[in-house]
Write a protein that binds this ligand. Structure first.
Ligand SMILES: Cc1cc2nc3c(=O)[nH]c(=O)nc-3n(C[C@H](O)[C@H](O)[C@H](O)COP(=O)(O)OP(=O)(O)OC[C@H]3O[C@@H](n4cnc5c(N)ncnc54)[C@H](O)[C@@H]3O)c2cc1C
Length: 216
């Protein structure tokens, strides 16, 4: 990439992406963020269910997003080596982690930050507010997706009953319309959640712009 930069940040993981985002908030500065891994295109990276999180590091494509580190053979483990996961992808290890949130221990900030309450605690609370807001949206989306699945099942049942001669065709049409409406509601809920997620991540100061996230 041609040009000169005021700052070069190496690694678009948790720390690098946040630092580059904060620096580039100043329009006077040119900031280059370098990442060794590829784009975070795999859908599993953007899901939060446990199966997707497990797949991130155990599937055959995991070498595409992991550095593949392992310990030396461990004498205490019958000379086995132990894999040490580290994300090699846009977002770094935050793209492959388990999404568990734990506040840093207060003692860890002693001496490093003058005003713990205003700076560190306020940042923790901002993260937690965003997590709560996202959970509400997840729950609404889950509700709409379950309603859609149930309406699909009801449609299948009505069709089978019609074929067996135990219901009339009107019941099938009603079930079809209900299922269609439920599917549309679930799609809309997914879109609403995506838009809100973009807003939340932008507010939090994540490494991606709202436009980049919206294109995913
Ligand atoms: C499997 C797993 C599960 C985890 N679960 C949790 C959890 O649930 N909750 C939690 O709070 N924490 C969790 N963590 C820890 C957390 O994700 C990390 O502590 C955090 O992401 C580290 O941030 P970082 O910026 O130091 O490094 P990273 O986010 O790993 O970023 C480093 C980036 O630098 C890039 N890079 C390295 N060398 C170069 C180079 N020479 N040139 C260009 N780019 C380079 C890497 O590819 C990577 O993208 C987990 C970590 C892993 C691996």
């Amino acid at each position: 990439m041609a040009g000169t930069f005021d700052y070069v940040v190496v690694g678009a993981g948790s720390a690098g992406a946040a630092v580059a985002h904060r620096l580039s908030a100043d329009p006077e500065l040119r900031v280059l963020l370098l990442e060794a891994g590829a784009e975070d295109e795999r859908p599993e990276i953007h899901r939060v269910d446990s199966a997707s999180v497990l797949a991130l590091l155990t599937s055959e494509w995991s070498p595409q997003i992991d550095w593949g580190y392992a310990t030396e053979p461990e004498p205490g483990l019958n000379s086995r080596t132990v894999p040490i996961a580290r994300g090699k992808v846009l977002g770094g290890s935050s793209s492959v982690n388990a999404l568990m949130w734990v506040r840093g221990a207060r003692a860890g900030y002693d001496g490093a930050v003058a005003n713990y309450r205003q700076i560190v605690l306020a940042a923790f609370q901002q993260v937690e507010d965003n997590i709560v807001a996202l959970r509400v949206l997840d729950s609404e989306l889950g509700h709409d997706q379950r309603a859609s699945a149930e309406a699909d099942e009801a449609e299948t049942l009505a069709t089978m009953q019609y074929q067996a001669g135990t219901t009339d065709y009107t019941a099938v049409v009603v079930a079809q319309n209900t299922a269609l409406a439920a599917r549309r509601a679930a799609v809309q809920a997914a879109r609403d959640r995506q838009v809100a997620l973009v807003d939340l991540v932008s507010a939090l100061g994540g490494g991606w712009t709202a436009q980049q996230l919206a294109s995913k």
